[in-house]
Design a protein around this ligand. Structure first.
Ligand code: UDP
Length: 475
């Protein structure tokens, strides 16, 4: 059909990038766009069932596995990829596919660093997805311009980021290495330049969450930006929520019946995302802190850093003695060793708080579920997301994390158990401050849902992008 819009989606591997891009493809298919997810041959396993369900319900969505050139190995698949996983073996198959199919646009993850030149040469309109929110993008841009971190005397002397609508105070110790390295303040490498040459960017956020920052980002940083989130809200049935990302390490029924037996808002969900590797020492402090808080919790223990071999440790090394037995007896805690069905857990009425590493997807998922948060950032732009949660939105309490760590480096000294306990109590104990945070969080959760419904800001921005692609067809 002449009027039919066809969009390609080219996700990067790894939890924080692949998961939202699949949701974005599903979201545009729900708007009637013919959506094709382009992947390496081994990369569709984790989401093909949800796509099959969409197809069964009549949505125009499909997966296109690329044929690799003979002899080349596919990239690390799915959740084990890192931000530097090389995907350049996909370059030629992608180029050939674009020439053959000429879609109306391709939405591409910025971590495919080589992709801009290839796509632009073929002449297919390119839209970039970088996985961040507008607050962190805008705040980091002002850091680049004003370099407030260059004017302090130590790693721990606080500085304020100039020019923001809210007062945001950070320390150098919380900044990503690339802000501090020589020339780090100056904009920006190949990955970012490719954004300037694109048709625009698609953002996983919504206007009511960060209105001033969406505006700042749109006006001052993006050529064009379509703000279409929270995209996780396109997962509407239990199967989609339970299987999102990868197979969960717990069956959904036992998880749900454990939660069903708890009172409303009484459970804290604890998770640090798909990539962070916590040290055994840090896990021990968290275990003691959680136990001392007296609060019920579900703790998804992901990867563990083993200092001696710079590898991953066993999940059993770090438990305080008798910890799991005590939890079983008291019924106070459920430990998930591996992947958790995060959306199902967060949306359960018994969950009343979320200890998070402040990855952008997790932040938005906590917001959408309407739960206040204990913020425990580690890496990437997570310290900026923390400030949004605690200092702008005021729906969270900082655990007191001070040290930014690269995803592949040994984390610094642990945050102590007293800090963990204190932050959990502040969010979960039901005092006046906690009640106010909970009220604000619930309100934002409602706004998130409205944003993606027909007539909501994100729904309309998705429509605006579709209209733009239609009008480009006509010229
Ligand atoms: N996630 C999940 N179960 C887990 C860990 C992570 O479903 O046990 C999902 C989570 O819901 C989110 C994504 O993985 O959608 C993590 O993305 P985020 O940006 O929060 O953090 P990253 O993993 O990139 O650090």
């Amino acid at each position: 059909m002449a009027d039919e819009v066809e969009m390609f989606f080219f996700p990067f591997m790894g939890g924080g990038h692949q998961i939202p891009m699949i949701d974005i493809a599903r979201l545009f298919a729900s708007h009637g766009v013919k959506s094709t997810i382009v992947v390496a041959p081994n990369n569709a396993l984790s989401f093909q069932r949800s796509i099959a369900r969409d197809q069964d319900s009549g949505r125009p969505i499909s997966i296109h596995p690329l044929d690799l050139p003979p002899g080349s190995k596919p990239p690390n698949s799915d959740m084990s990829a890192t931000p530097f996983t090389d995907t350049s073996m996909l370059q030629e198959p992608l180029r050939l596919l674009l020439i053959a199919r000429q879609p109306d646009c391709i939405v591409v993850d910025m971590f495919h660093r080589w992709s801009a030149d290839v796509i632009d040469a073929v002449g297919v309109p390119r839209i970039v997805f970088n996985g961040n929110g507008c607050f962190s993008r805008y705040a980091q841009q002002l850091m680049r311009i004003y370099e407030p971190h260059e004017k302090v005397q130590s790693e721990y002397e606080p500085f304020e980021i100039p020019g923001l609508p809210d007062r945001i105070v950070m320390t150098r110790s919380q900044l990503p290495h690339f802000h501090k390295s020589q020339g780090g303040g100056k904009p920006r490498g190949r990955m970012w330049n490719s954004e300037d040459r694109s048709l625009g960017v698609v953002m996983n956020s919504f206007i009511d969450l960060e209105p001033a920052y969406v505006e700042g980002f749109k006006k001052e940083m993006a050529k064009k930006a379509w703000v279409v989130g929270p995209v996780s809200l396109c997962n509407r049935n239990v199967e989609d929520k339970a299987e999102r990302g990868q197979q969960a390490a717990i069956d959904e029924q036992s998880c749900l019946s454990w939660l069903n037996a708890k009172e409303t808002n009484s459970v804290l969900y604890v998770s640090f995302g798909s990539l962070a590797r916590l040290t055994p020492k840090q896990l021990l402090e968290i275990a003691y802190g959680l136990e001392a808080s007296g609060c019920s919790f579900i703790w998804a223990v992901g990867k563990i850093f083993k200092p001696s071999e710079n590898g991953e440790g066993s999940r059993e090394d770090w438990l305080p003695s008798g910890f799991e037995e005590r939890l079983k007896e008291s019924g106070k805690g459920l430990i998930i060793k591996g992947w958790a069905p995060q959306l199902l857990i967060l949306e359960h009425p018994s969950v009343g708080g979320y200890m998070t590493h402040c990855g952008w997807n997790s932040t938005l998922e906590g917001v959408s579920a309407g739960v206040p948060m204990v913020t425990f950032p580690h890496s990437a732009e997570q310290f900026f997301n923390e400030k949004l949660i605690t200092d702008v939105l005021r729906i969270g309490v900082q655990v007191g994390s001070m040290e930014w760590t690269s995803w592949n480096a040994e984390p610094g000294p642990p945050v102590g158990r007293e800090k963990v306990e204190a932050a959990v109590r502040k969010v979960m104990d039901g005092g006046e401050e906690a009640a106010e945070m909970r009220r604000k969080a619930k309100d934002l959760g409602e706004k998130a849902k409205r944003a993606v419904e027909q007539g909501g800001s994100s729904y309309e921005d998705a429509e605006a992008l579709i209209q733009e692609l239609k009008s480009r067809k006509k010229v």
